[in-house]
Design a protein around this ligand. Structure first.
Ligand SMILES: Cc1ncc(C[n+]2csc(CCOP(=O)(O)OP(=O)(O)O)c2C)c(N)n1
Ligand SMILES: [Mg+2]
Length: 321
């Protein structure tokens, strides 16, 4: 059975991040990158609907899972193999809002592919972001190879590979997990379970509730975490990183999230979502990973005099993380 850690114990409101070993500055940085990812994403939708750019694939709703997990890694020495929704991950690892826009508009200066790839196909050797392709789940095999290389070179670098729960139905996922388990690779599997693979709901993808249960079959731990809770995501990943650096092998983290948008700007989710579908109430605390009614998010808003997308976008020109 997978270990259930749906929440990390809150040890008192605003100081919760401190109980996890995060300074105020680190916690604010985490929140800032989440807001930046959301702000860029919202701007892309507007531009797309104006007909000025052809394609958006959205991170909205998944920022907590992305930034919380990436924040437990060391940008510059650890590696990430993100998938197309992972704006929060690549921003944490040093991409900028400008870089995202250069990719979005397919400009030559785009650091990912000089504008040759679709948006969401991230990659930067300099920033330790493994280049991804379009077939889903291939990144898991690439990441297993990367983690094997780190092990053979006796580096203590950890690799985190990101994927959706639909991609977990691909054979590549089995092969990567099996290999990583056998060789005790320093690889963290982060599944962002948003309940859908385009229009296909989870109940049509797997006959179990928690993908994390599968980890036992590969010989390593599986953890379920609330993907709306950025600090819980940070904490379970921190534990997985420590385990990986001790040479004890992989961990599968399943972050339960919700895709706030359609699959992409070319999809109409009203055609397949049920009107009575259960979903987090974005107006309630914990319903939206980026909402800031308590804790560090609220403090950031207080110090900035409100949530200012423009300022966050300008800050995005600097290197976060
Ligand atoms: C091998 C392969 N099959 C099908 C597709 C088409 N496709 C693109 S995204 C996607 C859904 C993936 O769902 P999931 O892994 O849950 O990620 P999510 O989009 O929900 O974040 C599919 C089927 C693809 N890109 N690659
Ligand atoms: Mg999915």
């Amino acid at each position: 059975m997978a270990l259930k850690t749906t929440e990390v114990e809150a040890k008192g409101g605003r100081s919760r991040h401190r109980s996890l070993g995060l300074s105020d500055e680190q916690a604010l940085r985490i929140y800032e990158v989440m807001r930046l990812a959301r702000a860029v994403d919202e701007r892309m939708w507007l531009i797309n609907r104006q007909g000025r750019a052809p394609f958006v694939i959205s991170c909205q709703g998944q920022e907590g899972a992305q930034v919380g997990t990436a924040a437990a890694l060391r940008p510059g020495s650890d590696w990430v193999a993100p998938y197309y929704r992972d704006a929060g991950v690549i921003l944490w690892f040093g991409m900028t809002a400008r870089d995202q826009m250069l990719s979005f508009f397919a400009r030559r200066e785009d650091p990912n592919s000089a504008g040759r790839q679709m948006p969401g196909h991230f990659g930067s050797r300099r920033l330790h972001i493994l280049t991804g392709g379009s077939p889903v789940a291939t990144q898991l095999l690439h990441a297993a190879g990367l983690a094997l290389a780190s092990k053979q070179r006796k580096e203590d670098a950890v690799t985190a590979v990101y994927f959706g729960e639909g991609s977990a139905s691909q054979g590549d996922t089995h092969e990567a997990m099996n290999f990583a388990g056998i060789h005790k690779l320093g690889l963290i599997f982060v599944c962002e379970n948003n309940g859908y693979a385009i229009s296909v709901p989870q109940s049509r993808q797997m006959a179990i509730q928690d993908l994390a249960d599968r980890a036992a079959g590969y010989g390593f731990p599986g953890v379920v975490v609330d993907g709306n809770d950025v600090l819980a995501c940070y904490e379970v990943t921190r534990q997985a990183v420590e385990r990986a650096r001790r040479g004890e092998g992989p961990t599968l983290i399943e972050a339960k999230t919700y895709r706030f948008t359609a699959h992409s700007s070319d999809d109409d989710d009203k055609r397949y979502r049920q009107p009575d579908e259960s979903h987090p109430d974005r107006r309630q605390p914990g319903g939206d990973p980026v909402a800031a009614r308590r804790g560090v998010g609220a403090r950031l808003q207080a110090t900035e005099g409100g949530c200012c997308h423009g300022r966050l976008l300008r800050r995005g020109e600097r290197q976060p993380g």
